[in-house]
Design a protein around this ligand. Structure first.
Ligand SMILES: [Zn+2]
Length: 260
């Protein structure tokens, strides 16, 4: 892939990230993500297009609203950079498979949006988790992780979705029996179902194990710094998304977790 194409996809990712910031803010509130245009959350002043350029406007405005000088969260440019970086990285990884690139860029966008929504609200919108499942189904014919004729590919996709569903559902039931509280929510179950539809049954397993690993490390680190108490809820969506994103670059080998 030429450098020019990669740079173009990176900028496309910055713009997509700018839109994801709107989705993260509005989807949980059930406001249209299209209309009205972006507004300052404090003074409600409409944001002009020249103040809405990814990264650049944040720097030029000195991280403040032009009208009311309200500080703009660092999260906005971070989401834009994250999306730009992932877009360029995934396009480079899957160079030549253009339809599959389109599918993984959509998947990465949904994973970024739902991670931040889960952090904010402890819920994962169905539109994103079930959207991933639909995307997995639609892209199964061109998914490089699946093989064989169309019907076999569809079966591999469904096996992945079913594995994701059963794993998280069983974990949720067991967790509730052992800890007497909700360990995994319905949103996590739908999310891993969607991830399985995209990455197959091994992807579903390694996404969950990776998420548990990073989630535990995160929990232990926060508890040791006394930022988190033993039974505080931790959103699991960002960790599942992290595992899914690794799997969308390269399938994590199952054997890796035989060590544990
Ligand atoms: Zn303002």
């Amino acid at each position: 892939m030429s450098l020019a194409a990669l740079v173009l996809i990176f900028f496309l990712g910055l713009c997509a990230g700018s839109f994801l910031n709107v989705v993260i803010h509005r989807l949980p509130l059930e406001i249209s993500v299209v209309r009205p245009g972006s507004r300052c959350p404090r003074c409600q002043a409409p944001i002009a297009f020249y103040d809405n350029i990814p990264i650049l406007s944040y720097i030029l405005l000195g991280a403040r609203c032009r009208r009311c000088r309200e500080p703009i969260s660092l999260r906005y440019p971070l989401v834009e950079l994250l999306t730009g970086g992932l877009f360029a990285g995934l396009a480079y990884r899957w160079d030549g498979l253009w339809l599959w690139i389109a599918a993984v860029l959509l998947a990465a966008s949904a994973l970024i949006a739902l991670s931040f929504i889960d952090l904010d609200t402890f819920t994962i919108p169905d539109a994103l988790s079930l959207g991933l499942a639909g995307l997995g189904l639609l892209s199964s014919a061109i998914n490089p992780y699946f093989s064989g004729p169309w019907s076999a590919r569809l079966l591999q996709c469904l096996a992945g979705a079913l594995t994701g569903f059963l794993l998280t559902w069983a974990t949720a039931v067991l967790g509730e029996k052992i800890f007497k509280k909700e360990a995994l929510g319905g949103g996590d179950i739908k999310l891993l179902t969607g991830i399985g539809a995209l990455t197959g049954w091994t992807g579903a397993i390694t996404t969950l194990t990776t998420a548990c690993l990073f989630g535990s490390i995160y929990g232990v680190v926060l508890m040791s710094r006394r930022r988190l108490k033993r039974y505080d809820p931790v959103p699991f969506g960002p960790f599942l998304s992290l595992g899914a994103l690794i799997n969308l670059f390269y399938l994590i080998p199952l054997q890796l977790f035989a060590l544990f």
